[in-house]
Ligand binder design. Structure first.
Ligand code: AHR
Length: 322
Protein backbone atom coordinates (compact mmCIF):
# COMPACT_ATOMS: atom_id res chain seq x y z
CA UNK A 1 0.00 0.00 0.00
CA UNK A 2 1.39 3.45 -0.95
CA UNK A 3 1.31 6.35 1.44
CA UNK A 4 -1.49 7.89 -0.66
CA UNK A 5 -3.71 4.77 -0.63
CA UNK A 6 -3.26 4.22 3.10
CA UNK A 7 -4.20 7.88 3.69
CA UNK A 8 -7.32 7.45 1.56
CA UNK A 9 -8.20 4.23 3.47
CA UNK A 10 -7.78 5.98 6.81
CA UNK A 11 -9.92 8.92 5.71
CA UNK A 12 -12.64 6.59 4.37
CA UNK A 13 -12.76 4.76 7.71
CA UNK A 14 -13.23 8.08 9.51
CA UNK A 15 -15.98 9.37 7.21
CA UNK A 16 -19.07 8.09 9.09
CA UNK A 17 -17.78 9.52 12.36
CA UNK A 18 -16.91 12.84 10.76
CA UNK A 19 -20.33 13.05 9.13
CA UNK A 20 -21.98 12.53 12.53
CA UNK A 21 -19.83 15.09 14.27
CA UNK A 22 -20.08 17.56 11.41
CA UNK A 23 -23.86 17.46 11.25
CA UNK A 24 -24.28 17.88 15.04
CA UNK A 25 -21.66 20.61 15.01
CA UNK A 26 -23.33 22.48 12.21
CA UNK A 27 -26.72 22.66 13.92
CA UNK A 28 -28.04 26.04 14.93
CA UNK A 29 -30.89 26.09 17.42
CA UNK A 30 -32.96 29.15 18.36
CA UNK A 31 -34.26 29.09 21.94
CA UNK A 32 -37.15 31.32 22.91
CA UNK A 33 -36.65 31.52 26.66
CA UNK A 34 -39.29 33.03 28.99
CA UNK A 35 -37.02 35.35 30.96
CA UNK A 36 -35.29 35.18 34.31
CA UNK A 37 -38.13 35.12 36.82
CA UNK A 38 -36.58 32.47 39.07
CA UNK A 39 -33.37 30.78 40.09
CA UNK A 40 -34.56 27.68 38.29
CA UNK A 41 -35.02 29.63 35.05
CA UNK A 42 -31.49 31.10 35.33
CA UNK A 43 -30.10 27.59 35.78
CA UNK A 44 -32.08 26.27 32.81
CA UNK A 45 -30.59 29.00 30.61
CA UNK A 46 -27.10 28.33 31.85
CA UNK A 47 -27.38 24.51 31.57
CA UNK A 48 -28.84 24.87 28.04
CA UNK A 49 -25.73 26.82 26.99
CA UNK A 50 -23.36 24.23 28.41
CA UNK A 51 -25.32 21.31 26.92
CA UNK A 52 -25.17 23.04 23.50
CA UNK A 53 -21.45 23.60 23.89
CA UNK A 54 -20.85 19.93 24.77
CA UNK A 55 -22.44 18.96 21.45
CA UNK A 56 -20.88 21.79 19.41
CA UNK A 57 -24.31 23.21 18.69
CA UNK A 58 -24.79 26.93 18.12
CA UNK A 59 -27.52 28.10 20.49
CA UNK A 60 -29.18 31.48 19.98
CA UNK A 61 -31.20 32.51 23.04
CA UNK A 62 -33.94 35.16 22.89
CA UNK A 63 -35.16 36.40 26.29
CA UNK A 64 -38.91 37.14 26.08
CA UNK A 65 -39.12 38.99 29.40
CA UNK A 66 -42.30 37.10 30.33
CA UNK A 67 -44.21 38.20 27.22
CA UNK A 68 -45.81 35.81 24.75
CA UNK A 69 -45.71 38.49 22.04
CA UNK A 70 -41.91 38.60 22.38
CA UNK A 71 -41.77 34.82 22.05
CA UNK A 72 -43.86 34.95 18.89
CA UNK A 73 -41.52 37.62 17.44
CA UNK A 74 -38.48 35.52 18.39
CA UNK A 75 -39.91 32.43 16.69
CA UNK A 76 -40.61 34.43 13.53
CA UNK A 77 -37.08 35.78 13.59
CA UNK A 78 -35.64 32.25 14.02
CA UNK A 79 -37.75 31.08 11.06
CA UNK A 80 -36.46 34.01 8.95
CA UNK A 81 -32.87 33.11 9.91
CA UNK A 82 -33.47 29.51 8.82
CA UNK A 83 -32.30 27.85 12.05
CA UNK A 84 -32.24 24.05 12.17
CA UNK A 85 -34.65 23.83 15.12
CA UNK A 86 -36.48 25.99 17.62
CA UNK A 87 -36.72 25.36 21.35
CA UNK A 88 -39.68 27.03 23.03
CA UNK A 89 -40.33 27.41 26.77
CA UNK A 90 -43.89 28.72 26.43
CA UNK A 91 -44.79 31.36 29.02
CA UNK A 92 -48.51 30.50 28.70
CA UNK A 93 -50.24 27.42 27.32
CA UNK A 94 -52.54 28.90 24.67
CA UNK A 95 -52.14 30.96 21.49
CA UNK A 96 -49.30 29.17 19.70
CA UNK A 97 -50.93 27.52 16.70
CA UNK A 98 -50.44 30.30 14.13
CA UNK A 99 -46.73 30.88 14.76
CA UNK A 100 -45.94 27.17 15.13
CA UNK A 101 -47.66 26.58 11.79
CA UNK A 102 -45.23 29.10 10.29
CA UNK A 103 -42.31 27.10 11.68
CA UNK A 104 -43.88 23.90 10.37
CA UNK A 105 -44.34 25.40 6.88
CA UNK A 106 -40.64 26.31 6.97
CA UNK A 107 -39.89 22.67 7.98
CA UNK A 108 -38.23 23.76 11.21
CA UNK A 109 -38.87 21.33 14.08
CA UNK A 110 -39.99 22.86 17.37
CA UNK A 111 -39.24 21.31 20.75
CA UNK A 112 -41.11 22.46 23.87
CA UNK A 113 -39.05 22.83 27.03
CA UNK A 114 -40.37 22.71 30.61
CA UNK A 115 -43.94 23.89 29.89
CA UNK A 116 -46.72 22.55 27.70
CA UNK A 117 -49.02 24.16 25.18
CA UNK A 118 -52.68 23.58 24.49
CA UNK A 119 -53.24 22.65 20.87
CA UNK A 120 -55.41 20.24 18.93
CA UNK A 121 -52.53 19.81 16.47
CA UNK A 122 -49.71 17.89 18.15
CA UNK A 123 -47.78 17.81 14.88
CA UNK A 124 -46.85 21.45 15.52
CA UNK A 125 -44.02 20.27 17.75
CA UNK A 126 -41.60 17.37 17.58
CA UNK A 127 -41.51 16.58 21.29
CA UNK A 128 -41.94 18.18 24.71
CA UNK A 129 -39.27 17.79 27.39
CA UNK A 130 -41.15 18.45 30.63
CA UNK A 131 -41.88 17.03 34.04
CA UNK A 132 -45.32 15.73 34.97
CA UNK A 133 -46.41 18.95 36.66
CA UNK A 134 -49.73 17.55 37.90
CA UNK A 135 -47.71 14.84 39.64
CA UNK A 136 -45.43 17.49 41.22
CA UNK A 137 -48.53 19.03 42.83
CA UNK A 138 -49.68 15.59 43.98
CA UNK A 139 -46.28 14.86 45.57
CA UNK A 140 -46.36 18.22 47.41
CA UNK A 141 -49.96 17.66 48.59
CA UNK A 142 -49.28 14.10 49.74
CA UNK A 143 -46.22 15.24 51.64
CA UNK A 144 -48.36 17.79 53.48
CA UNK A 145 -51.16 15.31 54.22
CA UNK A 146 -48.66 12.83 55.62
CA UNK A 147 -47.02 15.46 57.79
CA UNK A 148 -50.11 17.05 59.32
CA UNK A 149 -51.85 13.74 59.95
CA UNK A 150 -55.36 14.32 61.28
CA UNK A 151 -54.71 17.87 62.59
CA UNK A 152 -56.83 20.64 61.00
CA UNK A 153 -54.64 22.55 58.55
CA UNK A 154 -55.42 25.76 56.64
CA UNK A 155 -53.24 26.15 53.55
CA UNK A 156 -52.36 29.22 51.51
CA UNK A 157 -51.06 28.86 47.98
CA UNK A 158 -48.72 30.96 45.84
CA UNK A 159 -49.48 30.13 42.23
CA UNK A 160 -47.11 30.52 39.29
CA UNK A 161 -47.74 32.68 36.23
CA UNK A 162 -51.43 32.76 35.32
CA UNK A 163 -52.06 30.69 32.19
CA UNK A 164 -48.76 28.76 32.41
CA UNK A 165 -49.28 25.00 32.11
CA UNK A 166 -47.14 24.36 35.17
CA UNK A 167 -49.22 26.74 37.33
CA UNK A 168 -52.51 25.17 36.26
CA UNK A 169 -51.17 21.64 36.73
CA UNK A 170 -49.35 22.16 40.02
CA UNK A 171 -52.57 23.58 41.45
CA UNK A 172 -54.63 20.72 40.05
CA UNK A 173 -52.34 18.01 41.45
CA UNK A 174 -52.13 19.59 44.90
CA UNK A 175 -55.90 20.17 45.07
CA UNK A 176 -56.49 16.53 44.08
CA UNK A 177 -54.15 15.27 46.81
CA UNK A 178 -55.58 17.37 49.65
CA UNK A 179 -59.19 16.70 48.58
CA UNK A 180 -58.72 13.24 50.09
CA UNK A 181 -58.14 14.80 53.53
CA UNK A 182 -61.07 16.73 55.01
CA UNK A 183 -58.84 18.27 57.73
CA UNK A 184 -56.80 20.15 55.08
CA UNK A 185 -58.41 23.27 53.63
CA UNK A 186 -57.14 25.68 50.98
CA UNK A 187 -58.11 29.09 52.36
CA UNK A 188 -56.28 31.49 50.01
CA UNK A 189 -54.66 31.15 46.62
CA UNK A 190 -53.11 33.87 44.49
CA UNK A 191 -50.44 34.25 41.85
CA UNK A 192 -46.94 35.29 42.87
CA UNK A 193 -45.73 35.15 39.24
CA UNK A 194 -42.93 32.70 40.12
CA UNK A 195 -40.86 35.56 41.60
CA UNK A 196 -39.36 36.02 45.05
CA UNK A 197 -40.57 39.63 45.36
CA UNK A 198 -44.16 38.81 44.46
CA UNK A 199 -44.10 35.70 46.65
CA UNK A 200 -43.16 37.91 49.60
CA UNK A 201 -45.71 40.60 48.78
CA UNK A 202 -48.63 38.16 48.38
CA UNK A 203 -47.66 36.29 51.55
CA UNK A 204 -47.70 39.58 53.47
CA UNK A 205 -51.30 40.09 52.34
CA UNK A 206 -52.19 36.48 53.30
CA UNK A 207 -50.69 37.02 56.76
CA UNK A 208 -52.61 40.26 57.30
CA UNK A 209 -55.88 38.69 56.23
CA UNK A 210 -55.36 35.60 58.42
CA UNK A 211 -54.87 36.98 61.91
CA UNK A 212 -51.19 37.79 61.41
CA UNK A 213 -50.68 34.26 60.08
CA UNK A 214 -52.09 32.49 63.15
CA UNK A 215 -54.82 30.85 61.02
CA UNK A 216 -52.28 29.47 58.55
CA UNK A 217 -50.80 26.00 59.03
CA UNK A 218 -48.98 25.58 55.70
CA UNK A 219 -47.88 27.44 52.59
CA UNK A 220 -47.65 25.73 49.22
CA UNK A 221 -45.66 27.64 46.58
CA UNK A 222 -45.49 26.60 42.92
CA UNK A 223 -41.77 27.37 43.03
CA UNK A 224 -38.99 27.72 45.57
CA UNK A 225 -38.32 31.37 44.77
CA UNK A 226 -41.82 32.36 45.89
CA UNK A 227 -41.35 30.14 48.96
CA UNK A 228 -38.11 31.98 49.81
CA UNK A 229 -39.98 35.32 49.53
CA UNK A 230 -42.76 33.89 51.71
CA UNK A 231 -40.26 32.71 54.34
CA UNK A 232 -38.97 36.28 54.62
CA UNK A 233 -42.50 37.67 55.03
CA UNK A 234 -43.37 35.05 57.68
CA UNK A 235 -40.22 35.86 59.66
CA UNK A 236 -40.97 39.59 59.48
CA UNK A 237 -44.46 38.84 60.86
CA UNK A 238 -42.82 37.27 63.92
CA UNK A 239 -43.62 33.65 63.05
CA UNK A 240 -41.30 30.71 62.43
CA UNK A 241 -41.44 29.41 58.84
CA UNK A 242 -40.94 25.65 58.79
CA UNK A 243 -42.58 25.32 62.24
CA UNK A 244 -45.49 27.76 62.70
CA UNK A 245 -46.14 27.65 58.97
CA UNK A 246 -45.00 24.56 57.06
CA UNK A 247 -43.42 25.37 53.69
CA UNK A 248 -43.66 23.03 50.69
CA UNK A 249 -42.65 24.07 47.19
CA UNK A 250 -41.22 22.96 43.83
CA UNK A 251 -37.88 23.22 41.92
CA UNK A 252 -35.15 22.24 44.43
CA UNK A 253 -33.02 25.36 43.90
CA UNK A 254 -29.93 25.76 46.12
CA UNK A 255 -31.57 28.47 48.27
CA UNK A 256 -34.33 26.12 49.44
CA UNK A 257 -31.61 23.76 50.74
CA UNK A 258 -30.18 26.72 52.68
CA UNK A 259 -33.68 27.19 54.11
CA UNK A 260 -33.74 23.46 55.02
CA UNK A 261 -30.44 23.90 56.86
CA UNK A 262 -31.94 26.87 58.79
CA UNK A 263 -35.09 24.75 59.54
CA UNK A 264 -37.21 27.31 57.66
CA UNK A 265 -38.62 25.08 54.89
CA UNK A 266 -39.90 21.52 54.89
CA UNK A 267 -40.11 19.97 51.43
CA UNK A 268 -39.45 20.60 47.75
CA UNK A 269 -40.08 18.62 44.56
CA UNK A 270 -37.14 18.73 42.17
CA UNK A 271 -37.42 20.01 38.62
CA UNK A 272 -34.23 19.40 36.66
CA UNK A 273 -32.83 22.47 34.89
CA UNK A 274 -31.44 20.17 32.21
CA UNK A 275 -34.29 20.14 29.72
CA UNK A 276 -32.03 21.04 26.80
CA UNK A 277 -29.74 17.99 27.01
CA UNK A 278 -32.49 15.44 26.22
CA UNK A 279 -33.93 17.88 23.66
CA UNK A 280 -30.60 18.16 21.80
CA UNK A 281 -30.20 14.37 21.81
CA UNK A 282 -33.69 13.88 20.40
CA UNK A 283 -33.03 16.54 17.76
CA UNK A 284 -29.71 15.03 16.69
CA UNK A 285 -31.25 11.55 16.35
CA UNK A 286 -34.10 13.06 14.35
CA UNK A 287 -31.81 15.05 12.04
CA UNK A 288 -29.22 12.35 11.53
CA UNK A 289 -31.26 9.15 11.47
CA UNK A 290 -34.83 10.38 11.05
CA UNK A 291 -35.72 8.85 14.44
CA UNK A 292 -38.91 10.45 15.70
CA UNK A 293 -38.74 10.96 19.47
CA UNK A 294 -41.68 10.14 21.75
CA UNK A 295 -44.12 13.06 21.94
CA UNK A 296 -43.26 13.52 25.63
CA UNK A 297 -39.81 13.13 27.17
CA UNK A 298 -40.61 13.13 30.86
CA UNK A 299 -38.12 14.34 33.46
CA UNK A 300 -38.03 13.08 37.05
CA UNK A 301 -39.84 14.70 40.03
CA UNK A 302 -38.03 13.81 43.23
CA UNK A 303 -39.12 14.88 46.70
CA UNK A 304 -36.47 16.36 49.02
CA UNK A 305 -36.82 17.12 52.72
CA UNK A 306 -34.31 18.32 55.35
CA UNK A 307 -33.37 14.68 56.04
CA UNK A 308 -31.69 14.45 52.61
CA UNK A 309 -28.32 16.03 53.48
CA UNK A 310 -29.21 19.56 52.33
CA UNK A 311 -25.63 20.84 52.59
CA UNK A 312 -24.41 18.19 50.15
CA UNK A 313 -27.22 18.93 47.69
CA UNK A 314 -26.64 22.67 48.01
CA UNK A 315 -22.95 22.15 47.21
CA UNK A 316 -23.74 19.97 44.20
CA UNK A 317 -26.16 22.49 42.74
CA UNK A 318 -24.66 25.86 43.50
CA UNK A 319 -22.41 25.93 40.43
CA UNK A 320 -25.21 25.29 37.96
CA UNK A 321 -26.21 28.90 37.36
CA UNK A 322 -29.16 29.17 39.76
O1 AHR B 1 -41.72 26.07 33.96
C1 AHR B 1 -40.94 25.79 35.06
C2 AHR B 1 -41.15 26.82 36.14
O2 AHR B 1 -40.85 28.10 35.65
C3 AHR B 1 -40.27 26.66 37.35
O3 AHR B 1 -40.75 25.76 38.27
C4 AHR B 1 -40.31 28.05 37.88
O4 AHR B 1 -39.35 28.33 38.86
C5 AHR B 1 -40.05 28.77 36.61
O5 AHR B 1 -40.19 30.07 36.66
Amino acid sequence: MTLRTSLVAALTALTPLMATTASAASLTVGFSQIGSESGWRAAETSVSKSEAQKRNITLKIADAQQKQENQIKAIRSFVAQGVDAIFLAPVVATGWDAVLNEAKDARIPVILLDRDIETANKSLYLTAVTSDSVHEGVVAGEWLAKNVGTKPCNVVELQGTVGASVATNRKKGFDEAIAKHSNIKMIRSQTGDFTRAKGKEVTESFLKAENGGKNICALYAHNDDMAVGAIQAIKEAGLKPGKDVLIVSIDAVPDIFKAFIASEANATVELTPNMAGPAFDALIAFKEKGTAPPKWIQTESKLYTPTDDPQKIYDSKKGLGY
